[in-house]
Structures are given as structure tokens and as C-alpha cells.
Design a protein around this ligand. Structure first.
Ligand code: ADP
Ligand code: ZN
Ligand code: ZN
Length: 701
């Protein structure tokens, strides 16, 4: 039995008396120390050297045993613990099924009634002239009520209870499904006949061996979703179930809507924004095989299906597949492992696949857009001499556009504030970063820890009231655009500060004219047929990150946004503003040349021994003071032996914690993970490093 706790030191498994019908995966509540905690049966034994206590209770239904195996793998692969991994997979034990009162009609006992078995419900309770078996006449309203059964009582509970007292109706609790709502956005069309490319892709998936993976590399608008839908239908027909992973669900309502439209109640949706009750019910529907397709973001890779035939990872390049808390799993890697475990086929789809997938997976191409349109022409706009945030040519194009999407990967009004007389910059008290102005809220905010203060009226250091705002974020851009656009155009904003992303997308989708301004959220797989202009501002912003994935991210962002434009006969165009028009990632994206980019990027990675030619493991040590953080990182580094590693290097202070990092760049993945685990366990157990916290990230993003 593995208790589900978060402590790293508490290492199970622990022995308990086996309850009736114990199986691996059974969920329990057990006494543990002085508390009762949830746990999962991870193994069964004939005897034990410990004195055994009995579990308090058994929770139904159990986890599929496959998920228990997955949890152990997860703990191992990501330097975590089985308990933390199980906590991710198991539903929250506090949840119960929701019930409501259900009423159905009762068949009156009559001398010639069949006594064996139960008669089906029918309209027999009342005779022709309204005399009921319970005696006395029924009112018209009561007859209407009876005719409406069976159903949930709702507001008629009292009236139905009166009929129950007369023996006409049976009232009792029944499980209610708390169904999440699927919002539909954008183009909704009936099931189309597949194109030749789509049919070939579906056939390739069908002939893929169980446990194997395939890369569906299709340009934007090539109809990848239709391939997933058909592969899913094939899988259901073979009697097996399906998981479809999508980036953040609020941003990709279209694909959920398409699955819901095609498969109805056969799909269940699992994601963190569901209420706990809804999530519980969807989980149960999957576990009981009432739903056979699970659609959701990365955590849906843990859907409780024990006969998986297909896992789809849509937009496989998306960074949201990485979980940024312990265990720091990558859902794409988990999906590949789970597919092997279950004998399912893995399909990773993207227009901009990762170098890892491009190199490692068999590839099927969808080289053309479904509608036969070419990809839109891309103009790279050199900003080195431009006086303003918007180049005059872009300005002009926006005024003339019917519907445009503008990507600016910076939210808020301006990046930072300084005092014009003494040069003071407003910084976060908890993190080494500047505060971003959010004008509508009248606040300056830290985008790392959430710290916020009122907009300063004057400088606390010198008293000057002259404060400069630097840079432009999405909030300010919307304001600028409203200043010069023709009145008929509406401007919508989509970024992390906007509460109802799906609603914004829907409004933009149905507006006849308009501009959608936002961060990278606007580039995520949306399908609006009438967008005739896509603009990327500051395209090289992502290139400035000191990270080996900077090129990959920039290419994907520009290519993905370009793919949102020109999806109709009217065509469209793309404009990319940049300070480095010669950058490889931007040039390849402008030419829609994913193969060229991937070949160049893989050559660069191989030369520098970056993934997929090595495995990176990042260890971050943090503490209230810089000294202990650095000392702990140095101690970890010292224990890595011959394992090649960089650091310790200081990271910027975050949430009041000083941080130091060691980066392992290894040829042998298994050996690197094992060495790091041993080093971190040893150092974290040492008294002198008590002040430090440790975090291990395998395959950091
Ligand atoms: P992708 O995900 O590859 O960018 P989508 O799956 O969003 O592309 O498909 C683009 C559009 O083409 C959608 O509106 C979809 O309904 C439509 N579509 C897909 N397949 C076909 C087909 N075989 N015939 C006609 N339209 C199709
Ligand atoms: Zn000042
Ligand atoms: Zn902060």
C-alpha cells in the first residue's frame, strides 16, 4: 500500500491487512500515524513481518493496474516518489457521486398482474376515467405530472411525494452526471469525405503496430483533426478506447467541440478547470466504460481506461505538455510509455514538430491545405529603423484588413517604469524582475509571483512625479489600435489576464470585422476561415531567451501564427516585424519551410550536443539566502562524479528565494537520472543543507 502523501522522506510501500477482494490499484483510506490518509494498493503478499492493521475503508472503483505501473515509472523517470505520482493519477478521495431524487411510476398490484419479474414502466397506473389505484380522483395537474415520468423530481418533489404516498409513484435517489459544457467556436461543419492525404494518414495509423508512435506532420489547415476523428472511430470499432491530448483546453475549444459533435456522450473531458464534482463524474464514466474517448490537456494522459488503443497528442510542439511541479513530467513522454504499456498507437500531430519527434518518429505528411489554398505569403518587416511600435506598412495593412490577428508576446500596458529624474526602476520585492504596468487595474504587477502594488504617483526616492513607461504590451496595443482603426472594426484581447478565453475567441469568430490582439495564446490552432491578415510584432523576442529551445520556439510561434491566416478564397497575408530579419528561425518560418528548419536545427543541436542528442537534467537549489542555495548546489555537483555538468550558476531570485542551478548534459539518460537522484537524496539529507529546497527537472523546457 502506498500512502498518498507529499513528503519526500516518507517512502512506502507500507503493509496493511488485505481487504476482501484486494487487487493492485484498489483505493483505500488507511490509518497512518495519527491520521487517516488515502492510499493505493501497489502489491499483494502472502505474509508480512509487520503487525498488520486493517484499512478503514475501500473506495470504488479501483485504479486500473496499468496506472499503478505508470505511477512507478513516473516516479523513477522524473526523480519523484510513487506517492506523488499516484496523487496525480488517482481521483480526489473526498468526491462522491452527486444524487438527486428520481421519480418513476408504480404499476398497481392487480389480481391478474404478472408476479414474476418487473413489468416495464408504462401508462398503467391510472384507469381511463382518471381513477387511480390509490383511490380518489387525480387532478389534471397530477395527470400531467404522471405522464412526464420517469425523470428527476426537480421543483415538483413535493407534488410527487404526495403521489408516492398514494402508491402511484416511486421516488428515490439516483446518480446525476455533472456534465461539463462544451463550447463551440469557429467553423462547425458536417463530417467531410477525407482528402487523399487524410485517407493515407488514417491508413498509416491503422497499420501501425501496437505500442509504436507516428508523427503526423501536417501544415496548418491540412485537416489533422479529421484524421484524429477517423482514427478514433476506427479504434472504437476495434473495441478499444482513446485519449486525445490537447494544449490548454480553454484555448482549444474547437477540437473538443468537434469530438463532441462526432461522438456525443462517448467522450469525457478531464481538465483542471472542471469543478471537483464534474471531474469525479467524468473520471467514473471513463472507468465504467460509459465514455470511451477522453479529451483533455496533459493530465488526461492519466485517464482511467484499461483498454487503450490510441493516444493522440495534438499540437505536440506545445510547451503546456510539460508539468511544472513535482513530478515534472512531460505528457508526450508519458504518452509514449503508456502506449507501449497498453499496446496502443501514439499519434503526435503538429505543423511545427519538435526536433525530437522529427528525428525519432516515423512521419506521415499532410503537405497541403484541405481547401487547396496555398499557405499565405509572409513579409518580414525590418524594424531596425522604424520609429514606432508599428511599422507604417503594418499600420496600413491593419487599416485595410477585414479580420486580423496580431501577436505580441507581452501582456500588460508597458514592460517597466522608471523615474525620469533619479532613474529608479520599479522592481518586485520578492523577485529580481521589474513590475509590469496594468493600466486598467491601476496596478503594477510581478508576472512571476503575482505581487501587485498601486500605480505610483511619484517616486519614493526623489519625490519626482515624472515617471516614464517603457515598451508596449497587449493592453497598450489594443488602445493604440482603437485610436486609428475604422470605427466598424472591433478589437479583442486574448492573454492570461483575460478571464474567459473561449468567449473572446467566439466573439472574434462571429464578428464580421475585427482584430484579435494577444500573446502566444492567439497562435494556438484556432480555425477561423475569414482571417486575412496575421501580424507578429517583436518576433525575435523569444530568440533573446538564453535557452537552446529559443530557435525552435520562435520558428513554431511565427509558423503557427502564419497558419491562422488565409483560410478562405479571399486569401491572406502575414507580416512579421523583427529586429533580426536574417535570423534562421524567422527566415525558415517565412518560407513555410519546416523541413529546412528542422534539418538545420538538428545539425546545430548535434554539434552542441543538445537534446535529442543528449538528456538534460536541471537541479535547482533554493533558500532564503544566496549562500545556502549555492552551497547546496555545489554539494550536489560534487556528488555527480564523472557525470558532465554545468554550474552551480546563480538564477534570478524568485518568490523570495535565492536560487542556484546545476545542469547535467548526459549521453546516458538512465545513468544521469540515477546519479542525480542519489546526489539529491544524499545532499538533502545532510543537516548543513537543511535550509535548502531541491527541485529536479528531467528534460526541462
Ligand atoms: P489543422 O488542425 O491541420 O490545422 P483543421 O483540422 O483545423 O486543420 O482543419 C482545417 C479545416 O478544414 C477545418 O475547418 C475542417 O473542418 C476542414 N476540413 C478538414 N478535413 C476536411 C475535408 N476532408 N474536406 C473538407 N473540409 C475539411
Ligand atoms: Zn526618482
Ligand atoms: Zn515577484
Amino acid at each position: 500500500m502506498e500512502p498518498i502523501t507529499t513528503a519526500r522522506v516518507l517512502r512506502g510501500p507500507f503493509d496493511y491487512e488485505a481487504p476482501e477482494g484486494a487487487v493492485v490499484g484498489m483505493r483505500l483510506i488507511v490509518p497512518f500515524g495519527r491520521r487517516d490518509v488515502p492510499g493505493v494498493v501497489t502489491g499483494l503478499a502472502r505474509d508480512s513481518e509487520h503487525k498488520l492493521v486493517a484499512p478503514r475503508r475501500v473506495l470504488h472503483p479501483p485504479l486500473p493496474s496499468e496506472l499503478v505501473e505508470l505511477a512507478f515509472w513516473l516516479a523513477d523517470e522524473y526523480c519523484s516518489t510513487p506517492a506523488r505520482a499516484l496523487a496525480l493519477l488517482a481521483p480526489h478521495p473526498g468526491q462522491r457521486a452527486k444524487t438527486a431524487l428520481w421519480a418513476e411510476r408504480v404499476i398497481p398490484a392487480s389480481p391478474n398482474a404478472v408476479t414474476e419479474g418487473r413489468e416495464p414502466m408504462s401508462a398503467q397506473g391510472v384507469d381511463a376515467d382518471g381513477h387511480s389505484a390509490g383511490g380518489g380522483r387525480l387532478t389534471g395537474a397530477q395527470r400531467v405530472l404522471l405522464a412526464s415520468l420517469p425523470r428527476f423530481c426537480g421543483p415538483d418533489t413535493a407534488a410527487l411525494r404526495r403521489l408516492e404516498a398514494r402508491g402511484l409513484v416511486r421516488v428515490g435517489p439516483r446518480v446525476v452526471r455533472r456534465a461539463p459544457a462544451h463550447l463551440s467556436v469557429g467553423a462547425e461543419r458536417p463530417q467531410p469525405a477525407p482528402t487523399a492525404d487524410q485517407a493515407a494518414a488514417v491508413a498509416a495509423i491503422a497499420s501501425t503496430a501496437p505500442g509504436e508512435a507516428l508523427l503526423l506532420h501536417g501544415v496548418t489547415g491540412s485537416g489533422k483533426t479529421e484524421v484524429y476523428l477517423r482514427a478514433a472511430a476506427d479504434t472504437l470499432a476495434r473495441g478499444r478506447s482513446v485519449i486525445v491530448l490537447v494544449p490548454e483546453i480553454g484555448l482549444t475549444p474547437q477540437i473538443v467541440a468537434r469530438f463532441a459533435a462526432r461522438f456525443g456522450d462517448t467522450i469525457a473531458v478531464l481538465h483542471s478547470r472542471l469543478g471537483a464534482g464534474e471531474r469525479h463524474d467524468e473520471w467514473l464514466r471513463l472507468r465504467r466504460k460509459e465514455a470511451r474517448i477522453c479529451v483533455g490537456p496533459r493530465s488526461a494522459v492519466f485517464a482511467p481506461l484499461d483498454d487503450l488503443g490510441l493516444i493522440v497528442v495534438d499540437e505536440e510542439h506545445d510547451a503546456s505538455y510539460k508539468h511544472e511541479a513535482d513530478p515534472r513530467y512531460d505528457a508526450r513522454r508519458v504518452a509514449a510509455f503508456r502506449a507501449r504499456l497498453a499496446g496502443a498507437v501514439l499519434v503526435a500531430g503538429s505543423a511545427t514538430p519538435r526536433p525530437e519527434s522529427f528525428r525519432g518518429l516515423r512521419r506521415v505528411r499532410l503537405p497541403r491545405r484541405v481547401d487547396g489554398q496555398g499557405l499565405p505569403p509572409v513579409e518580414v518587416v525590418d524594424m531596425r529603423r522604424a520609429p514606432r511600435a508599428l511599422h507604417p506598412r503594418v499600420h496600413e495593412a491593419l487599416v485595410g484588413a477585414r479580420k486580423a490577428i496580431v501577436l505580441l508576446n507581452r501582456r500588460g500596458w508597458s514592460n517597466f517604469l522608471t523615474c525620469r529624474s533619479c532613474g529608479r526602476a520599479w522592481e518586485c520585492p520578492n523577485c529580481d524582475v521589474t513590475l509590469v504596468l496594468h493600466r486598467a487595474e491601476g496596478a503594477v504587477c510581478c508576472h512571476h509571483c503575482g505581487h501587485r502594488e498601486r500605480v505610483p504617483g511619484s517616486c519614493p526616492d526623489c519625490g519626482s512625479t515624472s515617471i516614464a513607461r517603457h515598451g508596449t504590451g497587449t493592453e497598450r496595443l489594443v488602445d493604440d489600435l482603437l485610436g486609428f482603426l475604422p470605427v466598424r472594426a472591433e478589437v479583442f484581447r486574448l492573454d492570461a489576464d483575460v478571464r474567459h478565453a473561449a468567449g473572446v475567441l467566439q466573439a472574434f469568430g462571429s464578428a464580421p470585422h475585427g482584430i484579435l490582439v494577444g500573446t502566444q495564446m492567439v497562435a494556438k490552432g484556432h480555425d477561423f476561415p475569414d482571417v486575412d491578415l496575421a501580424v507578429v510584432l517583436d518576433a525575435d523576442a523569444t530568440l533573446r531567451f538564453p535557452d537552446f529551445r529559443a530557435e525552435e520556439r520562435t520558428f513554431a510561434l511565427v509558423a503557427q501564427l502564419a497558419g491562422r491566416a488565409g483560410r478562405s478564397e479571399a486569401g491572406g497575408k502575414v507580416m512579421v516585424q523583427t529586429l533580426v530579419p536574417g535570423a534562421e528561425a524567422i527566415r525558415f518560418a517565412a518560407a513555410h519551410d519546416a523541413d529546412g528548419f528542422l534539418a538545420a536545427e538538428l545539425a546545430r543541436r548535434e554539434a552542441l550536443r543538445y537534446p535529442p542528442f543528449s538528456t538534460l537534467v536541471r537541479i535547482v537549489c533554493s533558500a532564503g539566502e544566496a549562500g545556502p542555495a549555492h552551497a547546496a548546489a555545489q554539494a550536489v555537483r560534487d556528488r555527480l562524479g564523472a557525470q558532465p555538468a554545468l554550474g552551480p550558476a546563480a538564477l534570478f531570485r524568485l518568490r523570495g528565494r535565492e536560487r542556484a542551478q546545476v545542469m547535467v548534459k548526459a549521453g546516458d539518460r538512465r545513468a544521469a537520472i540515477d546519479t542525480v537522484r542519489a546526489a539529491v537524496e544524499a545532499v538533502s539529507a545532510e543537516k548543513i543543507h537543511r535550509a535548502a529546497a531541491f527541485s529536479v527537472d528531467v528534460d526541462p523546457q
